[in-house]
Design a protein around this ligand. Structure first.
Ligand SMILES: [Zn+2]
Length: 221
C-alpha cells in the first residue's frame, strides 16, 4: 500500500475511534471519509468505528462510485459523501455523526448558536435541515445544497454532517457543536442562555478567524 494512503487510513482509524470515545456515535452509527485525488476512502457499512482497522476502509472512485479498494461494502451514505466532495473542491474530509445532545435539541426545535469564541472561529453558523430518509439521493441532495455554503449541517431527528480540509479540523468542528449543545442545555437548566451578539461575533472574526482557528488547532496538537 502506498505510504501516504496507509497514513490516511491510519488517521481514519484514529479519528473513527475518537468519535466513539467522545460519544458522537454509537454502534454502527455515523461514517467518515477522506478524499485523495479521485479516490474517496470511506468507513464500511455495518461496523462500529472502534472495530475497524486500516484495511477495513474502502476506496471508491469519486465520480463513478465504484469500489476500487477493499473487500467490505462502503457506508450506505456513500452518495452523500461523494456529493459533498463534488460540491466543494476545497474539502478533503466529511464526518457524519449522531451526537445525542445535538439531535435532542434540534429535534425539539432548539437552535444551536454561538455562545463561546471557539464556536465562531471553528464552526460559524450551522443550518438545520428537516428530516429526510437516510442513505439515498434525498439526503445527498439536501446536504449538498447546504454544504455548498456552510461547513456543517444539522439533520433533524438524525445527526450532523461536517466537512473540513483535514480530519482534525472536521473532528474538532463535530466536537465543538456537541459541546455547544451541552453548554446550551446547562445554561437553560440554570437560567436564560446568553448567545454572543453580532458585535461580539464580529470581534472574534476581526481577530482574523483563520489565525485564531490555526492557533487553536496548533495549541491542541
Ligand atoms: Zn446517520
Amino acid at each position: 500500500m502506498d505510504k501516504e494512503i496507509k497514513k490516511l487510513k491510519q488517521e481514519l482509524v484514529k479519528y473513527g475511534r475518537k468519535i466513539i470515545e467522545k460519544g458522537l456515535a454509537v454502534g454502527p452509527g455515523g461514517n467518515i471519509s477522506v478524499r485523495k485525488g479521485n479516490t474517496v476512502y470511506l468507513s464500511p457499512s455495518g461496523y462500529s468505528f472502534d472495530e475497524l482497522t486500516e484495511n477495513d476502509y474502502v476506496g471508491v472512485d469519486l465520480k463513478t462510485g465504484k469500489i476500487t479498494e477493499g473487500s467490505l461494502k462502503p457506508t450506505c451514505e456513500v452518495s452523500m459523501h461523494l456529493g459533498c466532495y463534488l460540491t466543494r473542491e476545497d474539502i478533503s474530509v466529511v464526518i457524519h455523526t449522531h451526537p445525542p445532545l445535538v439531535i435532542g435539541l434540534i429535534s425539539a426545535g432548539v437552535k444551536i448558536r454561538a455562545m463561546f469564541p471557539d464556536f465562531v472561529a471553528l464552526v460559524g453558523e450551522v443550518p438545520v435541515i428537516d428530516y429526510v430518509i437516510p442513505a439515498g439521493e434525498e439526503i445527498r441532495k439536501a446536504v449538498t445544497k447546504v454544504i455548498k455554503r456552510y461547513d456543517a449541517v444539522l439533520l433533524r431527528n438524525h445527526g450532523l454532517v461536517v466537512v473540513g480540509s483535514n480530519l482534525k479540523e472536521a473532528f474538532y468542528r463535530s466536537e465543538i457543536i456537541e459541546d455547544a449543545a451541552r453548554i446550551l442545555i446547562v445554561s437553560r437548566i440554570f437560567g436564560k442562555p446568553r448567545f454572543l451578539n453580532k458585535r461580539e461575533i464580529e470581534g472574534i472574526k476581526n481577530l482574523k478567524a483563520e489565525d485564531y482557528r490555526k492557533m487553536l488547532i496548533k495549541k491542541t496538537s
